[in-house]
Ligand binder design. Structure first.
Ligand code: FAD
Ligand code: SIN
Length: 596
């Protein structure tokens, strides 16, 4: 009988891995907690970075590796970066086998676009030294990629090659003698158990930790929480990337709108848009020589610092896209950014004539469940890939368009490991021969027992009795930086919104030890209130409460990691750390141009 792989999540990592495993003859069950298209992947605008067999002139895999390492502020796992950039092209081919079509180059491409040999259009983005971003549907890459993969999954389901459980929420991992042997899930109000030979967590990120986020409502750190409760190690949790340009007016006008991105792509600045403050002044030049085209963490931090300087720390700045139309002619914005033109109009803004109010928003978690180069977590039987995992490729600040790529490459590698018999947790057992070919051009099995990320942060050891306001006194010294929280005064009772506000004000773009410690104390107190469901007398099948618990656990881990890292690095900026100089970014090979 074929071995069973349970894949949790229908973003790029889960869909692609499920397809590869099913096509290789495995017994695959794909679960997702909402509809198949509810994922961060669906909303990706920009594209997927990859150096193809015929790259843009002068571009090389080595350049992609160098750019990724540089953007990651020296904190990347270099082996993982090398592997991802080197293997990128085979997974792009894999995607194409599953029906994904990338935009082809056109004559008269924009200044940030390149086309070579009649191949796909290759875009240039922030901190990339060459055009290498594949995109689809202009600024609708995620929907096009996910749409094609979903169609492929549905056809395999119809052929009986894969079991699909939509609106099925994984609620816990089942372990036996330290090995993951399945999971429990909630569907239609009922909890069921699914046995599996291995589980792949592809549950995405956790933007819902923060009050303003580009992420849809499903991004609630479920995978991280499931893995931590099963004993898995995490890494780099202090590094959360904030995208500089989130449409503030839309968030204000539609406060309950959690189902889509509020993001205004970096490509808009790449085409020439500039940032202005409420006095109409352009301010980014004062913060970084590359001004609006500086790395993402720098632009977000500069906006926050500038607003603080103006005495309006919770305010916003403006994106001036009018200058693009002035320079490129009327109709350019509509032609180049059709989706964003519609979305800004929906929010009541004609960006060809008006300034767009923007502020940084939580976008991407560099940290996650710690994995090695074969997507293995520290718990046998449990793989993780995509945003839920931390391979170390993203370092302290992700390079644009490297996330979809990471989900593909490490999703495939998880499947390779699974097909080999899931060995490798015990390095002495070696590996099996390849079991099947796949759309990715044959699942090459590479089972080197890869080291965990070299530069990963010191793991935060989580007390065993983590939740429910448990006694944390047994935590190893220095690993859990908060008091037990017993008897702690709480200013505001727990609610999802209070948690999100707290994380934004205390653990957001600008941090300090004092703010983080205060956040930690409040979170500990809440942990005493949001108890395990049975003892709190709440319905054990309330999905909202399940998510609240996961978010609260993730928040506590993030804040603990941020407190433990005293110096500023990449997206983690503390104004009280030992080194307060802006991290230096070596000059790039070319002037920075951005493109989705
Ligand atoms: P996701 O795509 O988030 O999928 C996670 C899945 O897990 C979802 O289906 C979710 O419902 C499911 N799930 C979660 N919890 C459970 C549970 N308990 N049980 C069952 N299912 C569960 N990256 C790029 O590289 N290029 C871009 O241009 C780009 N643009 C972006 C634009 C926006 C607006 C956003 C939000 C992100 C963007 N990113 C981009 C980042 C990128 O989209 C994500 O990091 C990536 O898609 C994550 O893929 P994933 O498969 O790991 O997770
Ligand atoms: C964007 O289009 O600005 C987002 C791209 C990314 O997150 O990689």
């Amino acid at each position: 009988m074929a071995s069973r792989l349970a894949v949790i999540g229908s973003g790029i990592a889960g869909l692609y891995a499920a397809l590869l495993a099913a096509d290789a003859g495995a017994d695959v069950v794909l679960l997702t907690k909402g509809a198949l298209d509810q994922s961060n992947t669906w909303y990706a605008q920009g594209g997927i970075s990859a150096v193809l067999a015929k790259p843009a002139p002068g571009d090389t895999v080595a350049a992609h590796i160098a750019d990724t390492l540089r953007a990651g502020a020296g904190h990347c796992n270099e082996a993982a970066v090398r592997l991802m950039c080197t293997e990128a092209r085979r997974d792009i081919e894999g995607l194409q086998c599953y029906g994904v079509t990338f935009d082809a180059g056109q004559a008269g491409a924009t200044q940030a676009e390149a086309t070579y040999d009649g191949g796909p259009a290759l875009g240039l983005e922030a901190a990339h030294s060459a055009p290498r971003i594949l995109h689809a549907g202009g600024d609708a890459t995620g929907a096009r990629v996910a749409g094609a993969l979903i169609q492929a999954v549905l056809s395999r389901r119809d052929e009986g090659k894969l079991t699909l459980l939509a609106h099925a929420r994984a609620t816990s991992l089942v372990t036996h003698r330290g090995r993951v042997t399945g999971l429990e899930y909630l569907q239609d109000g009922r909890t069921s158990r699914l046995d599996a030979d291995a589980v792949l967590l592809a549950t995405g990120g956790a933007g819902q930790l923060f009050a303003q986020t580009t992420n849809p409502a499903v991004a609630t750190a479920d995978g991280l929480a499931l893995a931590v409760r099963a004993g898995a190690a995490t890494a780099d949790l202090e590094f959360f990337q904030f995208h500089p340009t989130c449409l503030v007016s839309s968030a204000t006008a539609l406060p309950d709108r959690l189902d889509g991105p509020l993001l205004i792509s970096e490509a808009v600045r790449g085409e020439g848009a500039i940032l202005r403050d409420s006095g109409g002044r352009r301010f980014m030049q004062a913060y970084h020589p590359d001004a609006e085209l500086a790395p993402r963490d720098v632009v977000s931090r500069s906006i926050a610092l500038h607003l603080a300087k103006l005495g309006d720390p919770t305010g916003h700045v403006y994106l001036d896209a009018r200058v693009i139309e002035q320079a490129r002619g009327e109709g350019f914005l509509q032609q180049r950014f059709p989706t964003l033109t519609r979305k800004t109009l929906d929010a009541g803004i004609d960006w060809t004539r008006e300034l767009v109010p923007v502020a940084p928003a939580a976008h991407y978690w560099m940290g996650g469940v710690r994995t090695d180069l074969s997507a293995r977590t520290t718990v046998p039987g449990l793989y993780a890939a995509g945003e839920a995992a931390c391979t170390g490729v993203q370092g302290a600040n992700r390079l644009a368009s490297n996330s979809l790529l990471e989900g593909l490459v490490f999703g495939r590698r998880a499947v390779e490991g699974f097909l080999s018999g899931g060995r490798g947790w015990d390095a002495s057992r070696g590996s099996d021969a390849p079991r099947a070919a796949s759309a990715a051009g044959g699942l090459r099995l590479t089972h080197a027992s890869a080291p965990l990320p070299r530069n990963a942060s010191a793991p935060v050891t989580v007390p065993a009795a983590l939740e429910g306001g448990a006694d944390l006194s047994g935590a190893p010294a220095g690993s859990w930086p908060f008091s037990s929280g017993g008897g702690e005064e709480v200013g505001e009772p727990f609610s999802r919104e209070a948690l999100r506000r707290l994380m934004t004000s205390h653990a957001g773009v600008l941090r300090s030890g004092e703010l983080l410690a205060e956040a930690g104390r409040t979170l500990e107190s809440w942990a005493g209130v949001v108890r395990p469901l049975s003892s709190a007398g709440l319905s054990p099948v309330d999905p909202g409460v399940l998510e609240d618990r996961n978010l609260l656990l993730a928040a506590r881990l993030l804040v603990a990691a941020a407190l433990n890292r005293r110096e500023s690095l990449g997206a983690h900026y503390r104004d009280d750390g030992p080194d307060q100089t802006e991290p230096s970014y070596p000059p790039r090979l070319k002037a920075s141009l951005l493109h989705d």
